[in-house]
Design a protein around this ligand. Structure first.
Ligand SMILES: C[S@@+](CC[C@H](N)C(=O)[O-])C[C@H]1O[C@@H](n2cnc3c(N)ncnc32)[C@H](O)[C@@H]1O
Length: 283
């Protein structure tokens, strides 16, 4: 028997093309996420867990729930489908860009600059906390009074984790010792294998649930948007609309940072490339 046939025969629940196409359309319409054919197994595995958690009998029941009472389940459905991989100081060159180029520009008149940063698709928070650490390390505390980071995600589970700021110690073990000492508190007793970010980082960040496909209650103008490793899941027309909206929210000469496998080429001409996946709004 081939591996796929074996996997299919061992399935606990019947999962047909009709189920997959329905769930795929649902996640596309609601979250902009474009699930390719290769994601069938992922969808099966993740929704199977929801079916069990809800005590349902099969995929028919689950699809019916999403169709007839979407408000009851859509949040859990989206939480189950999103991919939340992230890390502290992921793509470190982006943080170098902040301290080498942006902070000197923001601080050119000294004092307390007004700086607004958005981490859009922040997952479990490593990205906004890395931004906050960079600011704390390279700006005087007295200059941070009017600096704010907005961190948003569609997925309420990852957002709750981000807001709590508690991580497995293994997730921070590659950070330099000075950073660890300054920004993380080690747990005690049964929490000895965990760390918590210090309040000085949390003070700089507001966490909010936000679906990038819907309205954005975000006050501009923004100086910097991080939207990394999010649009890889969107189709090109969705990316075009999203980047046009980002350009509207940015201040003149504001910056947009995207993920290593993403590009604005053929997607937006509102930005110019000024570094590795770093863009400046051009008009
Ligand atoms: C792979 S993570 C990227 C995390 C972080 N930006 C990084 O690069 O390390 C992608 C995040 O985008 C979020 N996301 C996906 N679709 C979204 C949407 N329509 N609106 C807001 N967030 C979305 C997911 O929930 C997930 O947490």
């Amino acid at each position: 028997m081939s591996e796929t046939a074996e996997a299919l025969s061992e399935r606990e629940f019947d999962f047909t093309d009709r189920h997959f196409q329905f769930l795929r359309k649902m996640v596309g319409d609601h979250a902009g996420i474009n699930l390719g054919e290769a994601k069938r197994e992922l969808v099966y595995g993740r929704i199977t867990r929801r079916i069990r958690a809800l005590g349902m009998r099969n995929f028919d029941d689950y699809c019916r729930l999403l169709e007839t009472a979407p408000d009851d389940e859509i949040g859990n459905f989206i939480n189950a489908i999103t991919t939340n991989l992230t890390a502290f100081f992921r793509e470190e060159h982006h943080f170098d860009f902040i301290c080498e180029t942006l902070i000197p520009a923001w601080m050119r008149y000294g004092g307390r600059p007004r700086v607004r940063i958005w981490s859009a698709g922040c997952s479990t928070g490593e990205e906004p906390y890395s931004i906050a650490m960079t600011l704390r390390e390279h700006m005087p505390a007295s200059a941070l009074g009017d600096v704010a980071i907005l961190a948003t995600d569609i997925d309420t589970n990852v957002l709750a984790h981000a807001e709590a700021g508690v991580y497995a110690a293994a997730r921070v073990e590659s950070l330099p010792r000075a950073r660890l000492q300054q920004f993380f508190q080690r747990g005690r007793g049964e929490n000895a294998d965990r760390v918590r970010v210090v309040p000085e980082l949390q003070q700089l960040i507001r966490f909010r649930q936000l679906n990038l496909m819907q309205d954005w209650p975000v006050k501009g103008p923004l100086d910097l948007i991080f939207c990394r490793n999010v649009v890889i899941y969107f189709d090109k027309p969705t990316q075009r609309r999203l980047f046009a909206r980002f350009a509207e929210k940015l201040a003149p000469n504001g910056y947009l940072i995207i993920g290593h496998s993403e590009t604005l080429y053929n997607v937006s001409d509102a930005f110019e490339l000024v570094g590795r996946t770093v863009y400046r709004k051009s008009h």
